[in-house]
Write a protein that binds this ligand. Structure first.
Ligand SMILES: Nc1ncnc2c1ncn2[C@@H]1O[C@H](COP(=O)(O)OP(=O)(O)OP(=O)(O)O)[C@@H](O)[C@H]1O
Ligand SMILES: [Mg+2]
Length: 299
């Protein structure tokens, strides 16, 4: 990979006596969407917060564009081009859409006041529905609209890397598609992204790489094309919910996806094979992962 835009090296973190992350490594290349998957409590959000500077790393390093940002405050990281769409969105419910954006753009305004107006105009252009609702209290908007606002609030600072934590949570499938279309569009502008998702099928249609977190460690990492879906399904306990094959999903990303009904037959056919494949592939991958981890650290 060319010089990673964002790199996490051998990071430990936790709370008090309780260690949550154990030697996390992750490197994301320019323009890439890195998917971070894992069960509840695996440490996905803690990883995102360590990158954002909201939780300190006990050990290891976080680098943005080659610069060590491990000791920097969250707002300094925002100033260097890091955006964070937190889990649960956390918009200010009593403030209007525009006030939320203005607060989100605090760092940008402080750095260069003149950049706020054009950035806000670009936001309205990208999110016309938010423009329509700019005077509405954020808390009175639908979940999908709040999700869009949370993404817009991060983008208004013109980040080069955005951390997006479970954007689809609680949203109806059609709205999830809208949110994911927005993220995909953002990625095409060259913004690098780390995407944490519980909606694995949706995430796999968007991401370039997958990092599977298990109890605070990287259990698997690699490009989407090398992902063993049976292994992933087994580790995440989601059986046959994964839908089309990896190749089909990758294809869908490359072309423009339309054929939603194709999913079902593909999933049904794939299901029996998965069980057989799972027995064979899981130990292999697990072994490969254990071996691969120290190698990564060495690079
Ligand atoms: N502020 C905190 N204080 C103490 N423990 C915490 C805190 N935040 C998270 N944890 C613990 O860290 C572990 C990992 O939490 P994290 O939020 O990263 O999970 P996650 O992978 O994002 O899960 P989910 O999919 O449910 O969001 C959990 O055991 C959680 O209880
Ligand atoms: Mg989380």
């Amino acid at each position: 990979m060319s010089e990673p835009v964002l790199e996490i090296e051998d990071v430990d973190a936790g709370f008090g006596a309780s260690q949550i992350l154990f030697g996390i490594n992750l490197a994301v290349a320019q323009g890439e969407i890195a998917g971070v998957l894992g069960l509840n409590g695996a440490g996905k959000s803690v990883t995102m917060k360590v990158i954002a500077g909201l939780i300190p790393a006990w050990k290891g390093a976080v680098r943005l564009n080659g610069r060590d940002i491990t000791g920097l405050a969250p707002e300094q990281r925002v100033g260097l081009g890091l955006g964070h769409v937190p889990q649960g969105r956390q918009v200010f419910p009593e403030l209007t859409v525009e006030e939320n954006l203005r607060l989100g753009a605090y760092t940008l305004r402080r750095r260069d006041k003149s950049r706020y107006a054009p950035s806000l105009a670009a936001t309205w252009e990208r999110f016309p529905k938010l423009y329509e609702r700019r005077r509405q209290a954020a808390g009175t908007m639908s979940g999908g609209e709040q999700a869009a606002l949370a993404v817009a609030r991060a983008l208004i600072n013109e980040p080069t890397v955005v951390l997006v934590d479970e954007p689809s949570a609680g949203l109806a499938p059609l709205i999830v598609r809208d949110v994911f279309d927005t993220l995909k569009q953002v990625a095409t502008t060259g913004v690098t992204m780390i995407l944490v998702e519980q909606n694995v099928a949706a995430a796999l249609q968007l991401v370039d790489t997958v990092t599977l977190l298990q109890t605070g460690t990287v259990a698997w990492h690699g490009p989407l094309a090398e992902l063993d879906r049976s292994m992933l399904a087994t580790r995440l306990g989601i059986g046959r919910m994964l839908g089309p094959s990896t190749a089909a999903a990758a294809n869908k990303r490359a072309v423009k996806k339309k054929a939603v009904p194709e999913k079902k037959p593909a999933a049904k056919k794939a299901a029996p094979a998965k069980k057989v494949a799972a027995k064979k592939t899981v130990p292999q991958k697990a072994a490969a992962t254990k071996k691969a981890a120290p190698r990564k650290r060495a690079t």
